[in-house]
Design a protein around this ligand. Structure first.
Ligand code: ZN
Ligand code: CU
Length: 495
């Protein structure tokens, strides 16, 4: 049988962390059909000198709405990413009411989200109708569920509200979500106590899914927040995954070491725990979440740069301190005026709060995965992690700093994340696996996205294959539209 697509003489990194082997790989329909001795294919590619790996898996995305607004998903596809886990930090496309005010429901980070779906299957149908370029795996988010059932209430749920929230989580799990996510730093998640979150996380157990969390605190009380996350996972009896592990704010730098020790201790006791990190010293999010308007934190304001600012487009890409100096204004007053302007609550910012050494410590930890945490709002100057995360790991931390070997970095970004997030037959180059592949030049792969030019595509990515179709090649989007809606440890939707 002749394969549809053949890569000749590629250095094949199979995703398990094994050393690369130069060989031929054949793809037939949506699967890897041949390894080694491959007969002539309909489409032959000379891959000599290039590396072939399983498509990268972004364990932490906020692309729920982007699959609808930007189904080309260029910002991920062009990095070699073939699957994104979405619904993170407690915000997910689903569940939704029939008359949802989308902006309110998702905290403003799920840009582009709209439609008449109410549950995961409805959302999957809406996305599939757009023929997305890459695969999507979803989490169901606590903040979204809580807003739907309790609005902006700051109280604990009543028994019937809790039952209603549990039913939403369970339904999403039954429809194929890989887990339940929380964002306990955000509204309304921050109003919930540990018991509420544990009760809802318990619903992920029906399918042995995950509890993922943007913890209650990533700064002064990081370690207490880690303890809470571990307690929630232990109480609920589910795998705990800590998102974008970091220690924010200079006084806290270095704490990731202690945090990882706590995770080691939990693992030693038999608890299932995992983590991801993004390779940048700045975070990003909705600015209004970080400030108390009655008492503006000037230290925080000093390290902030504006990403997207609908009220004052001219401020995009600039540090608040520079704007304040140029306009001769008080920093706190500037923050206040931005956040209280019309649509000021939609301002996205970038906060330089992380130590480079902590990124290295994280990446040295044996099973650290990679999640971009990119926010797909393409207006203004988004955080460069949206376009650059995966090539940056391979250029900066593998090639330049030597913190990881290439095969180990690939393992963390493919088979490890596929196993953790329940992606069936993905994450390895193996006969019978789905043909999600990235062909790249290991000597040249590099993130080009910077804070000033965040939408520059990475270099060194040659070809990206999604479910057997060439989706991206030599800088050109091929509009294959071959992405699938994945279900946790099950076949893709619909089937
Ligand atoms: Zn987060
Ligand atoms: Cu996030």
């Amino acid at each position: 049988m002749h394969p549809d697509l053949v890569f000749r003489s590629a250095a094949v990194f199979d995703g398990t962390g094994a050393d690369p082997q130069v060989m031929d790989i054949g793809v037939t329909e949506d699967r890897i059909s041949h390894l080694g001795a491959v007969p002539a294919g309909k489409h032959e590619m000379n891959a000599e000198g290039l590396a072939l790996a399983p498509g990268f898996i972004d364990t932490h995305g906020h692309d729920d709405g982007a699959y609808l607004r930007h189904p080309d998903m260029t910002f991920k596809l062009s990095q070699g990413v073939t699957t994104v886990v979405n619904g993170n930090c407690g915000f997910s496309a689903i569940p939704a009411a029939a008359n949802t005010d989308w902006r309110r429901a998702n905290g403003g980070i799920l840009a582009g989200l709209q439609g008449d779906f109410t549950d995961l299957e409805g959302y999957f149908n809406a996305v599939l109708a757009k023929a997305p370029a890459i695969n999507n795996m979803m989490l169901v988010g606590h903040n979204t569920v809580r807003s739907l059932v309790m609005g902006e209430a700051q109280s604990a749920p009543t028994a019937s509200q809790l039952a209603e929230m549990r039913a939403h989580v369970r339904r999403a799990m039954e429809q194929g979500a890989c887990g339940f996510s929380s964002g306990l730093i955000y509204k309304p998640g921050r109003y919930s106590d540990t018991e509420e979150v544990a009760a809802l996380a318990e619903e992920a157990k029906v399918t042995q899914g995950l509890y993922t969390t943007h913890m209650r605190n990533e700064g002064d009380r990081l370690l207490e927040a880690v303890d809470e996350a571990l307690r929630i996972g232990a109480t609920a009896g589910v795998h705990t995954h800590i998102s974008h592990h970091k220690a924010a704010g200079e006084p806290n730098w270095g704490k990731v070491t202690e945090s990882l020790q706590r995770i080691e201790a939990a693992l030693a006791e038999g608890q299932q725990v995992s983590l991801d990190v993004y390779p940048y010293t700045a975070g990003s999010g909705r600015m209004i979440e970080y400030f108390n308007l009655q008492n503006i934190n000037q230290d925080l304001a000093r390290v902030i740069r504006l990403a997207s600012c609908p009220a004052f487009r001219a401020y995009e890409g600039r540090m608040l301190v520079d704007i304040a100096a140029e306009e001769g204004r008080d920093l706190a007053e500037l923050v206040h005026s931005i956040l209280t302007a019309p649509r000021g609550d939609q301002t996205l910012c970038i906060q330089f709060l992380i130590d480079e050494k902590d990124i290295q410590t994280n990446l040295r930890w044996r099973d650290m995965m990679v999640g971009s945490d990119g926010i797909p709002n393409l207006k203004g100057k988004p955080h460069p992690r949206l376009y650059g995360t995966f090539p940056r790991i391979l250029s900066r931390y593998v090639r330049e700093q030597g913190i990881l070997s290439l095969q180990e970095a690939i393992r963390r970004m493919t088979s490890l994340s596929a196993t953790t997030f329940g992606l069936i037959d993905r994450g390895q180059i193996r006969e019978g696996h789905f043909a999600d592949l990235v062909l790249f030049d290991p000597k040249d792969i590099r993130d080009e996205a910077t804070y000033d030019e965040p939408q520059k595509l990475a270099s060194g990515i040659h070809t990206v294959v999604v479910n057997g179709s060439i989706a991206f090649q030599l800088g050109e989007h091929r509009h294959a539209g071959s992405g699938q809606m994945l279900r946790y440890r099950r076949d893709a939707f619909p089937k």
